[in-house]
Design a protein around this ligand. Structure first.
Ligand SMILES: Cc1cc2nc3c(=O)[nH]c(=O)nc-3n(C[C@H](O)[C@H](O)[C@H](O)COP(=O)(O)O)c2cc1C
Length: 328
């Protein structure tokens, strides 16, 4: 069974992470990941208030006695959410690990460190991973250009980004973006990572609290069915291809400004897509890994399949290919 330093540092059986997902990272999914031996993250900002996050953490604890974390996504906003209050809820509830994303987590690290909360920082470039390590995070999650959500502006795929990060960072590395199966896990380990993070693949599981139409679309879609919105604004996001995301790309490519697409990209519209299954109602997030998703398993089936097939892959494909007979 695959076991890495990620498992030791973060206290889980399998080096498989379910990253924060707005409107999706709720107790149903996160507890299922925890019960299957992975590391799931509740998404703090899915909860309307810090108090509601405290309730969601309590609800998750009713569904699992295994460790789970909270994702704190820090994004630029005119009226930012009360990040420090969300952070303090995580600490006060005794959550053992937090996934920070979106911005430099420096402001929050002293409080997390003082409380013994482990920090896994998710970023999209080697320089940000190095910086996060210097700041004292316990692990870095590195999102390649394939990923759902914000891939940054450098456009470096995982095949280069992961080993380039491994060359510069000594804390555990979680490879993210484009992972769905055992092939991805084994490849990530070969590239120097200590585990994988998945978003889109977990969206297409039975426990993901989204409409079945969304899951079916992920099964039907190919790797071509995403759009990169906000490119001209240098705030790129990879989202599912649909009438709305194509319209946003068109308007901005023709010189439009954020104000011209504000209504189209409203977060509540995206939330409604996931709730009602009306797939052309707004922007919803998905990655190129859709092309590798062919079913909607339970979380336990998915994680079990990945770790079992990873063993088989090493035994049946890699070991026989090694030139050294003693290693066979
Ligand atoms: C529906 C959805 C919502 C997401 N929301 C967030 C978020 O709020 N914060 C965050 O850090 N990452 C978010 N992500 C990104 C994932 O945590 C993860 O980094 C990404 O999905 C990895 O790429 P993959 O989809 O190819 O596995 C989201 C991804 C999806 C699919």
């Amino acid at each position: 069974m695959v076991h890495t330093k990620f498992c030791d540092v973060f206290g889980v059986d399998h080096p498989i992470v379910q990253g924060g997902m707005q409107w999706v990272g709720r107790a149903e999914l996160v507890s299922a990941v925890a019960n299957a031996g992975g590391l799931g993250f509740l998404t703090a900002l899915t909860q309307p208030t810090p108090e509601a996050l405290a309730d969601e953490i309590a609800r998750c604890r009713e569904l699992t006695d295994r460790p789970f974390g909270v994702n704190l996504t820090i994004l630029p906003a005119i009226n930012p959410p009360p990040y420090a209050e969300y952070r303090d809820v995580v600490i006060d509830a005794g959550v053992p690990v937090v996934e920070t994303a979106g911005a430099n987590p420096a402001e929050h690290l002293p409080a997390f460190r003082a409380a013994g909360v482990k920090v896994l920082h998710k970023c999209t470039s080697v320089r940000h991973a190095v910086k996060a390590q210097e700041l004292g995070v316990d692990g870095v999650s590195i999102d390649g250009f394939e990923c759902a959500g914000h891939p940054g502006e450098d456009d470096i795929g995982g095949l280069v980004l992961i080993p380039a990060t491994a060359d510069r960072v000594s804390v555990p590395i979680v490879a993210s973006g484009g992972f769905a199966d055992a092939r991805g896990l084994v490849a990530a380990l070969a590239l120097g990572a200590d585990g994988i993070n998945m978003g889109t693949r977990f969206l297409a599981t039975r426990e993901a609290p989204v409409h079945d139409n969304v899951k079916r679309r992920l099964v039907d879609a190919t790797e071509l069915d995403t759009e990169l919105i906000f490119r001209p604004l240098r705030n790129t996001a990879r989202v599912a291809s649909n009438a709305v995301s194509k319209e946003v790309v068109r308007i901005l490519d023709e010189g439009g400004e954020f104000a011209d697409v504000r209504e189209l990209v409203a977060g509540v519209r995206g939330r409604e897509v996931l709730r009602t299954g009306d797939l052309d109602d707004g922007i919803w997030t998905a990655g190129t890994v859709q092309g590798l998703i062919h079913d909607v398993p339970t979380v336990a089936e998915l994680i079990e399949r990945i770790v079992t097939e990873a063993d088989a892959l090493v035994r049946d494909r890699l070991t026989p290919a090694l030139p050294c007979p003693q290693l066979r």
